[in-house]
Design a protein around this ligand. Structure first.
Ligand SMILES: *Cc1c(COP(=O)(O)O)cnc(C)c1O
Length: 231
């Protein structure tokens, strides 16, 4: 059986190889460990192996894990990213517990997060989720809505705009290249307007090589680190 530490090591090697093939510096690509539907002990094992950034899809599950980790390991250095859909009635929980929201897709949600972020915490780090495949089933704004939402976010003091997030479609490598390439173009435009923007979150266990070729700065890996999600 492979351990989580070994899988983290393998993922780092996979990222480094794809970066080298693309003529990119592997250090320019960070790894988000997606622990959704996995137990706290998996997070603790990854943390012990040096992984600090964790992604959760479901607010309630994420908050329970965040609280349990803080209770069991006070002073830990883990950072928590929400990468799943966020409804208005859950924004207070997110504002109180998460470090990042990568799935922001509405100005109304941004405003609520800003109002509800406790004063003693750093601003929430924000990525706008873009529906780059245009599929109805996917969340996110359309590419032509990005700049307006970015302007709304950057007017809010308790939010810091860091970049964009997207989920590639499963329509095959040509389509994925095209989608990720379009995301990189949007990202460069956003970076030109907002100097603090540094995060292009795209690429998962099945398509990280394509995302790295197209310029991702953060890949989000669940299955490759923690195994298949069965529940
Ligand atoms: C589940 C999920 C991931 C991780 O997917 P894997 O294919 O298991 O690596 C990444 N990003 C988002 C938004 C997800 O929902």
């Amino acid at each position: 059986m492979t351990t989580i530490a070994e899988r983290l090591h393998d993922a780092a090697a996979r990222i480094a190889k794809a970066a080298t093939v693309s003529g990119r510096n592997p250090d320019a690509i960070s790894l988000l460990a997606v622990s959704k539907r996995k137990p706290l002990e998996d997070v603790v094992a990854a943390l012990a192996a040096g992984q600090l950034a964790f992604g959760e899809n479901y607010v309630q599950e994420g908050v329970e894990k965040i609280q349990a980790l803080s209770a069991a390991h006070p002073g830990h250095k883990a950072q928590w990213h929400l990468i799943g859909p966020l409804q208005s009635n859950k924004t207070a929980l997110v504002a109180e517990h998460f470090d990042w929201v990568q799935s922001l897709d509405r100005a109304k949600i941004a405003k609520r997060l800003d109002e509800q972020r406790p004063a003693h915490l750093k601003p929430i780090q924000i990525c706008i989720q873009v529906n780059i495949s245009g599929e109805q089933s996917k969340s996110g704004v359309s590419p032509d809505e990005v700049l307006a939402l970015a302007a709304a976010i950057s007017a809010l003091p308790k939010l810091t705009l860091r970049g964009l997030m997207a989920i590639g479609s499963d329509a095959g490598p040509d389509t994925q290249h095209r989608e990720f390439h379009a995301m990189k173009t949007l990202f460069d435009e956003l970076k030109g307007r907002y100097p603090q923007v540094d995060t292009l979150s795209m690429g998962m266990s099945g398509d990280l090589e394509i995302a790295i070729m197209e310029g991702t700065t953060m890949v989000r890996l669940g299955t490759a680190l923690f195994g298949a999600r069965t529940n």
